[in-house]
Design a protein around this ligand. Sequence first.
Ligand code: ZN
Length: 243
Amino acid sequence: MRVLVVADVHGNLAALEAVLAAAGAVDRVWCLGDIVGYGPRPRECVERIRDLAGPACVLGNHDAACLGRLPLDGFNPVARYALRWTMLQLGPEHRAYLESVPETFVLGEVTLVHGSLRAPIWEYVLSSEQALASFALLRTRLCFFGHTHVPFLLSEAGAQRGESPIRPGDGTVVELREGRYLVNPGSVGQPRDGDPRAAFAIWETDQQRVTFRRVPYNIEAVQAEMAAAGLPRLLIERLALGY
Ligand code: ZN
């Protein structure tokens, strides 16, 4: 089975469409949360993920905030502004899908979560110490997560030795045959590792192999849409910087 794994789409439909085109034929799509927030096309992104991933999706902090499950004052001012705008865009059918999505989802040997197993929608896993806390709670061999917007791969053995995570770039391929791993594909709609191209991963179950990929998309067109929608300038500018 060939699985497309996406995270942090954040209402960026152009980036999502570029990822879907670049991924080619896949058997499944798994989504690691934050479908909405920041970007100009939250409705279309929810519809695409709902139709492609179905139940294989977990709730992100921005998704939860749009459902009124998290206080908006936990977000920085530009994120809060974009969330208020996003809440006005979503219809009952979009909220119904987000309401249906759990905080963690287990598919065979893989657990999906937005942030971490310790705090499913809030914790940013960037270090081996944070990874160890999630490994201690992980009931499957593998965990795909998002939230940081930075590609990441670390084995449990590596985390126990205090090793730094791998920061996979475009074309990085890793076999995960033995051991337990935490894997973050990076963000589709708002990458924060200095590379503005949309990030995603392909998980091939037969080969037990994960491939990290980047794909360019029309950033200027998305920035123009955001400006027309009156979204904050900081959010518009960061797309081109990959931060
Ligand atoms: Zn996010």
